[in-house]
Design a protein around this ligand. Structure first.
Ligand SMILES: O=c1ccn([C@@H]2O[C@H](COP(=O)(O)O)[C@@H](O)[C@H]2O)c(=O)[nH]1
Length: 233
């Protein structure tokens, strides 16, 4: 396990709330994730404010568009100096190759990963969309496509991590949302594991939102995650 596996999802409606919460966290102990809700409202300046606080930022905008547009989007993310950025694997090989190629010009580039199947989706959800594969099968296929397109890793559920680790090797980065502390409500998530089980399954990074941010005492919840992983807080 790497020494900073926790990525705290800052799913807040505005910069003030996000920055106030981040100020209670230590950049030595975790990284932060900025997603669509916060970025749409507060944009690049919010990312820069978090970086000034010392945080490495995962920009979770899940780009999915034509290759030229996605290449430009990941280039903008690199200019912003984010630590990690993502696209949707279902954008296909040419889109992912264009994204990977766009980052080659940067000496210090973001880690580039692709979302396989959202952790909020079940096999039934996929069937309703007309897919005949299970979530696990689709994740496996999209992860192979992601790796052969030159990306660094995928977003998947920790439930799929053992198979992906075996198939894709130790250097392929597995980023897993859908993490819940035991006893917490899964909410809209469908493929869920605890922090300890996710790491045991081979996850590199755990994306954790509500189990921390919606806890009565968020800092105590983060400490509980670290204790569960055998890390000091
Ligand atoms: O498949 C995915 C991809 C991204 N996410 C994001 O992670 C967090 C999870 O938040 P929780 O509150 O811990 O459920 C959220 O920002 C999602 O946009 C994901 O859940 N699943």
């Amino acid at each position: 396990m790497n020494d900073k596996p926790v990525l705290v999802a800052l799913d807040y409606p505005d910069a003030e709330s996000a920055l106030a919460f981040a100020a209670r966290l230590s950049p030595q102990l975790c990284r932060v994730k900025v997603g669509k809700e916060l970025y749409t409202r507060s944009g690049a300046s919010l990312v820069e404010s978090l970086q000034k606080q010392g945080f490495e930022v995962f920009l979770d905008l899940k780009f999915h568009d034509i290759p030229n547009t996605v290449a430009g989007a990941v280039r903008s993310a690199a200019e912003l100096g984010v630590w990690m950025v993502n696209v949707h694997a279902s954008g296909g090989r040419r889109m992912m190759e264009a994204a990977a190629e766009a980052l080659q010009a940067y000496q210090q580039r973001p880690i580039l990963i692709a979302v396989t199947v959202l952790t909020s989706m079940s096999d039934d959800d996929l069937r309703e969309l007309g897919y005949t594969e299970s979530a696990a099968e689709r994740v496996s296929r999209l992860a192979a496509l992601t790796q052969s397109s030159g990306l660094d890793g995928v977003v998947c559920s920790a439930m799929e991590a053992p198979g992906l680790r075996a198939d894709r090797g130790d250097d392929f980065c597995l980023v897993t949302p859908g993490i819940r502390l035991a006893g917490d409500d899964a909410g809209d998530q469908r493929r869920v594991l605890t922090p300890a089980d996710a790491i045991a399954n081979g996850s590199d990074y755990l994306v954790i939102g509500r189990s921390i941010t919606a806890a009565a005492d968020p800092i105590a919840a983060l400490e509980r995650v670290h204790r569960e992983l055998g890390l000091s807080s």
